[in-house]
Each structure stands twice: as C-alpha cells, then as structure tokens.
Design a protein around this ligand. Structure first.
Ligand code: NOJ
Length: 745
C-alpha cells in the first residue's frame, strides 16, 4: 500500500515537474530576444524608510514590464500593484521576482550575522532565517541576498559584520543552516524564500581592509579558506550566488569564467541563478577590463553571470551580441530558463500575487513569537570578555545605576547595518532594557557623556560627576550602526569620537564599571577599555537588544557566546587569526630571532572561540578510542566537561585538530567540531566527537585531497588556545574519493 502511494506521489511529482518544464520551454519559444534579455535584468529601485519610493508618475518611465526582477520593493500592497502592472502590461504576462536584502531579519531585527555567529548554534541560525523568511515573504519578497558567507580576517573591513567571522568550518555550518532556514519546506509553502550565497569569492580578503579593493590570494588559501562556505551553501540548496565586487588575482569576479562557470557550475553542479552585485557588471569598466558597457555585458555574461543588477548593460547590448554571435544563443536560453524556472517553482505563473497578501503581512510581522526568538538569539550572541571580581551579574536592587554613552539610547544602533525594513521605534534600547529590569527602588540615571560620531567632550564632566554618586556605572560604547557595514572600512579600530576619554574619566571615579560594547567588528580595545573590570561584547543585537543586555547584566541569563573572530591588540597585527601557520621560527618568547613584534605581543587580546560565563567549566583530558588507525577508520574523542561553578550555564565545547607533519605546511590547528552543552552546577557530561578522513584530509601540492600518514594532535576546550590535547597516528596515506570544495577541476 505504502509502496503504491509512494509510486503515485512520484508519478504526480514528475508529471508536475514536466508540466513546469513544458511551460518554461513553451515560453522560451514565444519570447523575443529582447524579452529574454529583459528577464536577465534586475531593476534597482530606491528604497526609503517609509517603503519603496514608487511614484506612480515615475513608473511609466520605469521599464518594469521589461525586466525579470526588481530590487528593494516590498510590502504586500506595493508588490501587488507592481506585479499587476507587469503581469497585465507585458505581452507574455511573466511575473516579477521581488528581491531584497533580508540580512538579519526583516521587521523583527535579529542580531547582526557576526553576533549570531557568536552563538555557535546552527539550529538557532536556521530558526532565525526561517522567521526572517516568514516576515519577508509576507511582505511580498521572493528572494533574499543572504546569507553572506565571506570569511573575514580583517576587522578594518566594515562588512565583517555581515558574515560568520574568520573560520571556514564554523562559517560553513552557519551558511548551510541559514540557507535551510530561508528555504523552509520549500515551495509551494508561501514562506519559502530564495536565498543567495554572496559574495563569490574572497571579498573579505580586500587589501588593507578597504571595501571593494583587490584581493590577491594563493590558490591554497582560496580553496582552503574562502571557498568552503560557498560549497556548503550550494550543498544545502542555495538558489542563487552573487559574485563579489572585487577582482581576484587580476580577474574581476564578474568576469571570472574559471570560478563562476568552471568551478561553481561545472564542478560543483550549481543549477541556480548567478546574480551580479549592484552595478558590478558596469564596474568592469573602472576595473580596467572593459572599454564600454557593451564590453561589460559580453564579459560578464560569458563568464557566467545570469542576471544583471542595477546597471543596464545586458538590456542594451546582449540582444545585438547574440545576433552577432559574441554571446551564444544557447547560453542565453539557459540563463533565461534558470530565471523562469525559479518563478515557476515559486508558483508565480499560476498565482503571481500569492506572496502579496495584506492579511498575512499584518499577521506575520513582529509577532510575540518573533520577538521572543529575537531575544533568545540576542542573549545567546552576547560574549562576556572580562568579569574581574565577579562584578557581574549585578543585583537588581541597586540604589543608583548610572548609564552612560549615547549608544545606550540609540535605537537605530540596536538594529545595526542592513536592517532597512526594521523600525528603530520597535527596538528596546539598552537604557530601556535596564530600566525595565531593575527593582522599583533602583534609580537609573542616564547621561550621554560622549558619542561615537562626534568629537565633542562637553558631556564628559557631567557624566564623571554623576558617576561619583552612583553605585554602579554602565558605559555603553562602540560604533553607530553606520560605522560598520558596506563601504564602512576603518583604518583605526579604537572607540570613535571622545568615548575613550569618557571612559578614562569614569575610571578615575573608581566606581564599579561595566563596559557594554556595541559594534559591528572586533575593535582594538584601548588600555582604558581593558582596565574596566567587566566587559560585554554585545555587537548589534536587533529589536530586543535592551532586554537581552539586561538579562545578562542582571543574571537572568548566563552569557554563553564565544568569539567567531579574533580580537587583535593593535591594528598593526591584522590579519590575525587562530588558524595561522607556524613559520620556521615560531614565537615562543625565548629567543631574539622569532616571528614576533618588538613593540606589541604577537598574540591576540581575545582569541577565536573565547568567551566567559558566570560559572566555570573544567575539561578532562581527551580520551581516544584508538591511538593508531588506518586512514579509512575513525577515532572517537571523548571528553568530560564539568560545571565547576555555582550557576547553571551553557558551554561551547570546541575541538581543534593539527596535522603535525605533512607534505605542505598546515595551520597550527583547525576547528573540526563544536557542541553546546547545558550544565547544572556540579553536573558533568561526556561528549564524543568522531573524526574521520574528511577531518584528516588536506590538499596536497597539486591540490588533490589526501590523507597523509602521520600523527595528529587533537585539542578540546573552551577556546582556540586550549592546550588540552591528545595525539593519534594515521598509519597509511590515501586519496579521498569525494573531491570536496577545494579540489581542482
Ligand atoms: C551591494 C552589496 O554588495 C550586496 O551585498 C547587496 O546584496 C546589493 N548591494 C543589493 O543591495
């Protein structure tokens, strides 16, 4: 019975699939060259705070009936109207795809991706992306330009905030989780949204951390570090990929046939859409690769960019180029087919307005459940960096609390960058969160003191004066939302404005002082910041910022976040990351001619994976199921983690692996596993990680994935500096049968 049902379902599904294909093929036969090229164009429409700026008069000038997709239009009503205009006003009634940057939530704003990565919880990332998709699709959006999966090891680069940090293993896990979250159960489910892995590839390696700048990497670093999260996104079913603005070793990514077609399409088997970045097709001109817009169209299309965002080179020049044979008709049809199939999958041919439903929009946005998830995600994203004398958590019954720093009341800052559909008035500021949390008898005083976007020092004296009279001072310091994100590179990474001077003045009062950092990148923390007894990294936490910060400050929540990116001591150390190579002269600190600095320690201020808790955890030495194994076998690494403190808490247990000797140099250690455990005071848990050939593998001199015989050191602990280790030996070498992301074509 079951088998028959299954057969029937399969038959119906394949019938439907072929009906869909028939429709797409049918359309292709009816379309003119111009109509086809139109489908490969995405119109960039300006968005304003109150919604997309669509002036009906202006609409008549917009050739929206001639494009395949629009960017930045949302709202059930707006999208319906525009869809109507396109479906009714175009010859073949092909609906639009509505695209938008849903980066960390839509109306309910969640922690910025770098913050969320501090939770090290792929399931949380999946749930967050799911809610973002529920809200955005209810507002008419079909397609998001997320997840951003760029590895970033240079905090000067403002877009560090949009990704998952410095590590490809953690980054891949979160990339896949976010893709799954946006996708949900998939169409025809109305909350399923197309996602985009961006920016392909090595955007995060921009020289000097300056946005859009050249990247010039070794092939090894590209394959080992920058490509894996994209591969993970493709494996998870991502529907689109966006090339990066940068060039890579002389070839702009928008004309990079080897990577867009050779690797992504042919080797990885990616069948979705390649959408250009904003205007980036045209930018091949200043990049020095094309002489004219006509040139750019040909170069980008032939490299493998299906759809052009914002610039209009495709619409203007591809038809002639197909006619003259500079662009193949077959490739054009393939690209159009991919666009039409995406529309078909979403059910838009049968029901073009299905995503634009005002009732659903009203019911889906900023619901109590969504806010609850935003609060949970925010709580889990906070990293406790320092807590001298167990100053935190604070009692709620304090007499007077002074809250200082303009960021404490900056609702826009709570949202962080890339949250255009979020409304600051929906956010709980840090001050509001504290006011809400303390006892009725506690007096909360607020003074701005200083602000990140002004050099003004006039508020400092009053703040210092008030600090003298307070029991506790909470200084909320960092960056505004606008100081990180796209084109927000910084060369200095200290606290902007007069915030550091404010801090010095507060320290002089010798009052218990907690620094709450709000920022989109690892800052270089001054000696004043380091002198503060307690330090919380809260990044930009979204709509529920204030509540989540107060939950941690006053102990309703025990912080559990761990840094997904290294904190350098000095800008001069950048790039600084845990998975570095050893060099022939490792900095052991006992000889003069070592790989170190003479003026600053070479080590980070806070390493990757670091984060404290209000309790403490102890680790047993790792126990191995075997210390000698064949390359095809696995080894179990067991460790006992015990909560040795007085409070329940979550610990993120991290496993790192080092290949001690190999035919190419290897990083000193690589993250190969992580697990979050909840432990009551005194409770112990045994955890087992299983390592196998994928974990032992490396790319050899010819980039062939191999396991090489020899010893491996495994480290298990609470951050990337743990020395809790054991060693095992793999007794034979072999080539891996699965190529993996980094293998050559
Ligand atoms: C430029 C950004 O680089 C990209 O990430 C974004 O998706 C597009 N603009 C569209 O807003």
């Amino acid at each position: 019975m079951l088998a028959r049902l299954l057969l029937l379902t399969l038959a119906v599904t394949s019938l439907l699939a072929s009906a869909e294909e028939d429709r797409v093929e049918q359309l292709l036969t009816q379309m003119t060259l111009e109509e086809k090229v139109g489908q490969l164009s995405q119109l960039g429409i300006q968005n304003t705070l109150s919604g997309p700026a669509i002036d009906p008069g202006e609409l008549t000038h917009f050739p929206i009936t001639q494009v395949g997709s629009v960017l930045n239009v949302y709202g059930a009503e707006h999208t319906r109207k525009m869809q109507e205009q396109v479906v009714q006003g175009s010859r073949l009634h092909i609906p639009l795809l509505f695209a938008y940057d849903v980066i960390h939530g839509f109306r309910t704003i969640f922690p910025v991706p770098l913050a969320e990565a501090s939770a090290w919880e792929p399931e949380l990332s999946r749930r967050v992306a799911r809610v973002a998709a529920i809200e955005a699709t209810a507002s008419g959006i079909h397609w998001t330009f997320a997840p951003m999966v760029d590895i970033a090891r240079d905090p000067r680069w403002g877009r560090v905030v949009e990704g998952a940090g410095e590590d490809p293993f953690l980054g891949s896990a979160l990339a896949a989780a976010r893709v799954r979250g946006f996708h949900g159960h998939g169409p025809p489910d109305l909350s399923s949204m197309m996602s985009t892995a961006k920016h392909f590839v090595a955007y995060g390696a921009a020289e000097g951390g300056r946005d859009y700048n050249v990247a010039d990497l070794s092939e090894r670093t590209l394959r080992e570090v920058y490509l894996p999260p994209f591969h993970a996104a493709v494996e998870a079913g991502v529907e689109a990929v966006m090339p990066a603005f940068n060039e890579l070793a002389g070839v702009p990514m928008h004309s990079n046939n080897a990577l867009l077609t050779g690797l992504l399409r042919n080797q990885w088997g990616f069948t979705g859409l390649v959408i250009s970045d904003f205007n980036a097709v045209w930018e091949l001109i200043p990049q020095g690769l094309a002489q004219s817009p006509a040139n750019t169209a040909q170069l980008a299309f032939n490299a493998g960019v299906d759809m052009e965002m914002a610039s209009q080179s495709y619409r203007q020049y591809l038809p002639t180029q197909v006619g003259s044979g500079q662009v193949s008709r077959q490739s054009l049809d393939d690209a159009v087919r991919r666009v039409l199939k995406a529309k078909e999958r979403l059910g838009l041919f049968d029901a073009p307005y299905r995503y634009s439903d005002e009732a659903r929009e009203k019911a889906s946005i900023l619901t109590p459940q969504h806010r609850a998830l935003a609060r949970e995600a925010a709580q889990k994203s906070i990293v406790l960096l320092k807590n001298a004398g167990s100053l935190l958590p604070l009692p709620k019954s304090l007499g007077t609390v002074l809250v200082v720093g303009s960021l404490a009341t900056d609702a826009q800052a709570t949202l962080g960058p890339w949250a255009w559909a979020g409304h600051p008035q929906d956010s709980v500021t840090v001050l509001q969160g504290i006011q809400h949390a303390v006892s009725a008898d506690t007096q909360v005083i607020y003074l701005p003191g200083a602000s990140p976007d002004s050099p003004g020092t006039q508020g400092i004296a009053a703040a210092q004066q008030a600090a003298h009279d307070a029991d506790v001072v909470i200084a909320v310091l960092g960056e505004t939302a606008d100081q990180s994100g796209e084109s927000r590179s910084r060369a200095e990474l200290g606290l902007p404005g007069a915030q550091d001077r404010l801090l010095r003045a507060l320290l002089e009062t010798r009052k218990p002082l907690i620094v709450v950092l709000m920022n989109g990148r690892p800052l270089v923390l001054s000696t004043n910041v380091q002198r503060a007894p307690a330090l919380l990294e809260t990044w930009f936490l979204g709509s529920e910022t204030g509540h989540a910060v107060a939950d941690v400050l006053f102990g309703d929540v025990n912080p559990s976040g761990k840094l997904p990116i290294t904190f350098a001591r000095s800008v001069g150390q950048i790039p600084l990351y845990y998975a570095h190579k050893n060099t022939g002269r490792p900095p052991l600190g006992d000889a003069a001619f070592e790989s170190a600095y003479i003026d600053v320690p070479w080590t980070p201020l806070y390493p990757f994976g670091f984060g404290l808790s209000y309790t403490t955890f102890a680790y047993s030495p790792p126990r191995l199921s075997t210390t000698r194994l064949a390359s095809t076998q696995t080894v179990d690494v067991e460790v006992t983690v015990t909560n040795t403190g007085q409070r329940a808490g979550d610990e993120i247990v991290q496993l790192y692996l080092r290949d001690d000797v190999a035919s190419v140099t290897r990083p000193v250690r690589l993250l190969r596993g992580f697990r979050k455990v909840h432990l009551a005071p005194g409770q112990a848990r045994h955890l087992t990680f299983t390592l196998g050939q994928e974990d032992f593998a490396l790319l050899d001199e010819r980039f062939i994935p191999v396991v090489q015989a020899g010893t491996f050191t495994v480290f298990v602990g609470g951050d990337s500096t743990t020395q809790n280790q054991a060693r095992f030996e793999v007794t034979d070498s072999r080539r891996l049968s699965t190529p993996g992301p980094g293998a050559p074509n």
